[in-house]
Design a protein around this ligand. Structure first.
Ligand code: GLN
Length: 248
């Protein structure tokens, strides 16, 4: 019994110390650092000197609810989970799909929206549906994304060329370096609208859910974020933010 008490005290102390470390991870205790990759319209992208989009607005709405300012760090998508895990960033929000693999390293909030992986091809491509994709084709993806993970699993690493951002993969497609690009549907629409000669296949490649990545030790932030999300969902804020950016 005594030993158990001791254990409890030690655990409580460790918890307090861990929280101390987390409080130090933002610029100040009233700021939360959000890691994102702002090449992903309409979720996060550059407009003039600022980073805007669905994720940015939802993050700010959450920040307002929990009394914190949101400071954005624009980093490579591939480094977000590791940075959240190490405590470099308070949370990651980047159209990020919940996956079992990522769950080993970070916690996810409740999902705030759903998405699909889709396929971009040149307008004159012989690829008419997902079933036409074979492992002897050259598939472009954004490194470390679910598009990358699924394509590497389904067609083998050799078929897959990994680019640092979605726009880089699309440029490679336009240059004929790859035959298709697998990427999230909404950014795909923006990239296709911004470049002539490309189209999106009608069939979706995979369906998924987006959520916010939070450090596994920071249960308090996870709870605060989930409470804020459910309030913002209930009062229609999330819906109206999404509708502002996605018209169809
Ligand atoms: N939804 C995809 C993923 O989580 C892509 C996200 C992104 O590129 N920002 O892997």
């Amino acid at each position: 019994m005594k030993n158990m008490m001791k254990k409890a005290v030690v655990l409580a102390l460790a918890g307090t110390m861990a929280m101390g470390i987390f409080a130090g991870c933002g610029k100040s205790s009233d700021t939360l650092v959000m890691a994102t990759n702002a090449t992903f319209p309409p979720y996060e992208y550059h407009e003039g000197n600022s980073i805007v989009g669905i994720d940015v607005e939802i993050a700010n709405a959450i920040g307002e609810k929990i009394g914190k300012k949101i400071e954005i760090e624009d980093v490579e998508f591939d480094s977000i989970v590791a940075g959240v895990q190490s405590g470099k960033y308070d949370f990651g929000m980047a159209g990020m799909t919940v996956t079992d693999e990522r769950k080993k390293n970070v916690n996810f909030s409740d999902p705030y929206t759903t998405a699909v992986q889709s396929v971009i091809v040149p307008e004159d491509s012989a690829i008419a549906s997902v079933d036409d994709i074979t492992s002897d084709m050259k598939i472009g993806v954004q490194q470390g994304t679910t598009g990358d993970i699924y394509a590497s699993d389904d067609y083998g690493e050799d078929a897959v060329t990994k680019y640092k951002s979605g726009p880089d993969a699309v440029q490679a497609l336009l240059a004929g370096k790859v035959d298709l690009v697998i990427i999230d549907n909404q950014p795909a629409k923006s990239y296709v609208a911004a470049n002539e000669g490309l189209k999106i296949l009608d069939t979706a490649y995979a369906e998924e859910e987006y959520a916010i990545a939070i450090n596994k030790q920071n249960d308090e932030l996870l709870k605060e974020v989930n409470t804020a999300l459910s309030e913002l969902q209930a009062d229609g804020t999330i819906d109206s933010i999404i509708k502002k950016y996605i018209k169809d």
